[in-house]
Design a protein around this ligand. Sequence first.
Ligand SMILES: NC(=O)c1ccc[n+]([C@@H]2O[C@H](COP(=O)([O-])OP(=O)(O)OC[C@H]3O[C@@H](n4cnc5c(N)ncnc54)[C@H](OP(=O)(O)O)[C@@H]3O)[C@@H](O)[C@H]2O)c1
Length: 270
Amino acid sequence: MSLDKIMMYNEKKEVIFLLGATGGIGKLLAEELKKDGYIVVGNGRKENVLIDMKNEGKIDDYVVGDLTKDEDRKRIIEKIKEYGDKGYKVTIFYNIGILYDYPGEFKSYTNKMIDDSYEINVKSIEKMDRELEEKNLYLDTIYMVSISAFYRGNWDPEYQKTKAALKAHAELQILNSRGRRIIALFPDTIKTGEEGMGGKLKDYPKISGELFARKIVEIVNGKYKEYSGFMFEINNNNKVILYGLNPSKITGAFEYYERKYLEEIGEAVY
Ligand SMILES: NC(=O)c1ccc[n+]([C@@H]2O[C@H](COP(=O)([O-])OP(=O)(O)OC[C@H]3O[C@@H](n4cnc5c(N)ncnc54)[C@H](OP(=O)(O)O)[C@@H]3O)[C@@H](O)[C@H]2O)c1
């Protein structure tokens, strides 16, 4: 479908570039955002999944690409510009990420595992943000971080470290927001399909993926707009609690102890 046709069929002229649309959370988010009238452009490396999603009406458009590759980011940025030139407001939603099965000890990580974790979870996003700004594209931005950004421990240290670095990047972007809305999401474990990350998190209590996606769309729609950070935590009573956060005026960082209770959004599931 041409851009003009997409525009005719959608009342809300807001486009969300969902990077990491092809995984467990991405699929749920795409569907939920579309239900709410957003025009969703999906990205991922798996072209077949993007084609299926488009055929099933879960996304309006897609751009295949590996975010760690310079030429692929360039193509994504060109597509963003195309939509911008047509008069759409474009938001970029970084939902990409990888999680390795923790090999048991830090020394068991290979250099490739360390490189990939940082390349995908942090560096590709930083590079994309820098390249967008270089082209004067200051877009509303959503970062899918993780509650892991606040914790260290022997769970999957590389994942946690990369998410802490992504949190730091989001904090800096908020500091230099230039009027953009910037949202950083810090969810606990989420129940998605068995593919991707979902399959590696079997034993943990989880947030229902559908509930989570619904809440994200409410946040994107402007609920709780006084906060830029959102933590979804499963508490000791297995309840999923949503907290609002803003970077501290003193440290410039999202601080765990400064979070504000917003609401209980449901029971954890397994
Ligand atoms: N699942 C959870 O419990 C949980 C909790 C907190 C935070 N998160 C975060 O939520 C996000 C989505 O997680 P998920 O559970 O949906 O994981 P997932 O099913 O493994 O999906 C990961 C997504 O990232 C994309 N991706 C990975 N490497 C890429 C690359 N080099 N270039 C472009 N796209 C790439 C994948 O697309 P392709 O394979 O098609 O490239 C896929 O769409 C991640 O950032 C994750 O860290 C997840």
